[in-house]
Ligand binder design. Structure first.
Ligand SMILES: Nc1ncnc2c1ncn2[C@@H]1O[C@H](COP(=O)(O)OP(=O)(O)O)[C@@H](O)[C@H]1O
Ligand SMILES: [Mg+2]
Length: 253
């Protein structure tokens, strides 16, 4: 069985996709077979890897709800060891259609059991609906990106509550893998305040690696490139490389 990590936070724009994509890419360079699962109907992870959405025969909606074999949806990404289960806008409908499924929270878990990979990274949508609950039910652990800004912790209690509910009812092994600060601006009062607040709440769950605000990270998806491919010497690239190291260490994978 693969080690499954869900990247979740119901706030949009906090760096979930950037973290999922670049973490997956970094882990894949270490010879592990990595499957990135795009679970957001916006399909940003899919585009970020340079996949042409006009050209996707089978995607996450089809495997979750239309009985397609998951193997038919797996895309190669032209990067060794990095594979993708892509998302298209029709995945938004899954949020509604899953409601009628038996054991609806376990749908993704059942699919992932058939996936050939050592590590699975799930890029969650910005909501706490059934898609995210499916991700948390399928996951060994959840990684929470938190943007270093005002109100950073607002809404996190809802996420933590959802994680607790999933843990107590659906997936007892689920744990909080870690919290990573994103879009951090060095030596500003605000960033420092957010950091100490997050440390107070999460203690050693906070990753030592902090992801800086870095324009290269924002540019890379528009070229369909990971940060390593776009500018491997950038601060963003170095940060995600360091984060991947920490993840490997913590997960013991
Ligand atoms: N560390 C960063 N520095 C600069 N821009 C970033 C950084 N992380 C993410 N971004 C940009 O911020 C936006 C939101 O990030 P994204 O990863 O898509 O968040 P989410 O998936 O949580 O909605 C995107 O345009 C992304 O390119
Ligand atoms: Mg996203």
């Amino acid at each position: 069985m693969a080690y499954v990590l869900a990247v979740a936070n119901q706030k949009g724009g906090v760096g979930k996709t950037t973290t999922a994509v670049n973490l997956a890419a970094n882990l894949a360079t270490g010879k592990r077979r990595v499957m990135l699962v795009d679970l957001d109907p916006q399909g940003n992870a899919t585009s970020s890897l340079g996949i042409d959405k006009q050209n996707i025969p089978v995607s996450m909606y089809d495997v979750l709800l239309a009985g397609q074999d998951v193997a038919n949806a797996v895309l190669e990404t032209n990067r060794p060891n990095l594979f993708l289960l892509p998302a298209l806008p029709d995945l938004a409908q899954a949020e509604l259609d899953l409601v009628h499924q038996q054991r609806r929270e376990y749908t993704l878990q059942r699919l992932l059991a058939k996936v050939d990979a050592e590590v699975v990274i799930i890029d969650c949508p910005p909501a706490l609906g059934l898609l995210t609950v499916n991700a948390l039910t399928a996951a060994d652990a959840v990684l929470i990106p938190v943007q270093a800004e005002y109100f950073a912790l607002e809404g996190l209690s809802q996420l933590l509550q959802t994680i607790q509910l999933v843990k107590s009812g659906l997936n007892a092994k689920l744990e909080i893998f870690g919290v990573v600060l994103t879009m951090y601006t060095k030596r500003t009062l605000l960033s420092d305040q957010v950091k100490s607040e997050v440390t107070q709440h999460f203690g050693n769950k906070l990753f030592e690696t902090v992801i800086p605000r870095n324009i290269r990270l924002a540019e890379a998806p528009s070229y369909g490139k990971t940060i390593q491919e776009h500018d491997k010497w950038s601060k963003g690239a170095r940060a995600y490389k360091a984060l991947a190291k920490e993840v490997v260490h913590r997960a013991n994978i």
